[in-house]
Write a protein that binds this ligand. Structure first.
Ligand SMILES: [Zn+2]
Length: 519
């Protein structure tokens, strides 16, 4: 039996992060190295587990490249990454049963606004339409026309904060196997919604965004559709096709898929104003913190490394110092020069050290006196997926009542892994700066008395209307306010598989193989 190939290319960028990222930021696994993901809560892990239930199905993992969120990828790195991925597929001369590609979907490179689209187009060019390609995506991904024109199916996360990584991979694997068996004739209806959204209503368990996803899940459960995706894009990835969108896959019935997508898009559009962030000024947040008994969270989503910010903002720390906030504060900070200085001085030393703004010059850099409490190599494992974090040489610095975990490089901070790896239990502090828009409820919110979503500056500020988008399609809410919107379905019909044709129509030749798009 022809094998299933597995590829992975995951990165999310903020176009507003001034630091370009490069190939070295990717954690790469080649061939069987990818099998360590089996059993992990990752998309590839979930897909491998689903494939492994079919013992007669050979699975060949080829290449996985995963990066933390960052600034745009430099041109040479993107060229190399794309070449490295394709080089694993092109030499395969034996028949291929299908390809599963795990993507994030919010990449952008200096020389390419749509890396995922370019990759899928090249992959399709290489294998033709007789090989089904199914992708999985983060719901913050930007599914482009080019991507849609070169795939047979797409499955996106259903949860935010994301917890269904493995489940998403398993759903993509099941879809791919159904297509390979010829059990289904997938059609894809996509409705673009010109809106960027943030804020509490996006938490899928409690917010109205979750209600719309549950609408789609009901239709999946009752087998009326094959898959329902509601992608919101990463508002910080300023690329031409940035948008929110509903993407519905049905078995043959394009009209029904289109109707569902239009209905969900209309409901989402009506709630666009609710799905905006409610931000508190720094002054108000500090005043509230001073009078709140019990732990307070300052959510600094503007410097969220997991959304692609540089992580080097000490703005809130300096504001707390200036306001003589008396409680014990815990905060993460990307600051390689400070980490190096701490390592050079040694544990227990007291140093005069500049903190903040080491990468993004919109942030203040200020000299403080700090005690080096702990030195580490910055290694941790994410609480949710177990994936490793590597922040490079790191240090815990004590500045008065502030405890600052200083890293050499940005890592995801959407859980407590980095704090725990530095012997810092957030529960032991009065105020914790969290550089992620949302974390799983039990991690912080469950025991905190107050969570202030602070209106700070940074490359991933939830005040998206004022970030300075230059490239994305306009009009788009909330950058533009007064315009009419009528949801319209685009239909993509991947050609039928050569091996499983039921209608006698021949598959499109490689190179002219775009799925049809009609309105
Ligand atoms: Zn995401």
């Amino acid at each position: 039996m022809a094998p299933i190939l597995i590829l992975e290319c995951m990165q999310e960028i903020s176009s507003f992060n001034p630091v370009v990222s490069d190939y070295r930021g990717f954690d790469c696994q080649r061939g069987d190295e990818m099998r360590v993901q089996a059993g992990l809560n990752t998309a590839v892990g979930g897909a491998m587990d689903a494939f492994s239930k079919h013992l007669d199905l050979p699975v060949v993992p080829l290449f996985s490249a995963r990066s933390g969120s960052a600034g745009p990828l430099n041109a040479a790195s993107w060229d190399r990454l794309k070449a490295d991925i394709l080089a694993t597929v092109e030499p395969i001369k034996e028949p291929i049963g299908g390809i599963y590609v795990s993507l994030h979907g919010a990449m952008a490179a200096e020389n390419e606004f749509d890396p995922e689209g370019a990759l899928l187009a090249a992959l399709r060019q290489s294998v033709g339409w007789q090989v089904p390609i199914v992708i999985s995506m983060d719901l913050h991904g930007i599914l482009t026309r080019k991507m849609l024109s070169h795939i047979n199916g797409v499955i996106a996360y259903h949860t935010y904060p994301h917890v269904d990584f493995a489940e998403t991979g398993a759903r993509a694997a099941d879809l791919l196997m159904a297509i390979m068996r010829g059990d289904i004739t997938p059609v894809i209806a996509r409705v673009v919604i010109p809106a960027l959204v943030r804020g509490d209503q996006l938490v899928t368990e409690t917010g109205c965004y979750g209600d719309r996803i549950r609408d789609l899940q009901e239709l999946e459960k009752s087998h009326q559709i094959l898959a329902g995706n509601l992608l919101i894009g990463n508002p910080f990835t300023d690329v031409p096709e940035l948008c929110s969108q509903v993407v519905v896959m049905a078995d043959g019935d394009a009209d029904f898929a289109g109707q569902v997508a239009v209905r969900v898009a209309r409901d989402f559009w009506q709630q666009r104003a609710r799905m905006q962030a409610d931000l508190v000024s720094v002054e108000t947040a500090i005043a509230q913190a001073k009078t709140t008994p019990g732990p307070v969270l300052f959510t600094d989503a503007a410097d969220a490394t997991s959304s692609g910010a540089s992580g080097d903002s000490a703005e809130l720390l300096f504001a707390l110092l200036d306001a003589d906030y008396p409680g014990r504060v815990l905060a993460p900070l990307v600051d390689q020069p400070a980490a190096q200085q701490a390592h050079a001085a040694g544990a227990g030393a007291t140093i005069e050290v500049a903190l903040g703004g080491s990468l993004d010059n919109r942030f203040t850099r200020r000299l403080v006196t700090a005690r080096v409490a702990l030195l580490t190599q910055g290694l941790a494992n994410l609480e949710t997926s177990g994936h490793k974090l590597d922040a490079g040489p790191s240090a815990v610095l004590i500045v008065g009542n502030l405890t600052i975990v200083v890293m050499s490089q940005a890592v995801s901070l959407f859980d407590r892994a980095l704090f725990f790896a530095h012997d810092c239990n957030p529960k032991a502090y009065d105020l914790i700066i969290v550089k992620s828009p949302y974390c799983e409820y039990h991690m912080f919110d469950q025991w905190a008395a107050l969570n202030c979503n602070v209106d700070a500056i940074g490359a991933t500020s939830a005040d998206v209307a004022n970030l300075g988008h230059k490239t994305c399609q306009r009009p788009i809410y909330p950058l533009d306010q007064d315009f009419q919107y009528t949801p319209k379905p685009e239909i993509y019909r991947p050609p039928l598989m050569q091996n499983h044709q039921s209608t006698g129509s021949s598959p499109a030749a490689p190179g002219q193989s775009q799925g049809n798009t009609d309105e």
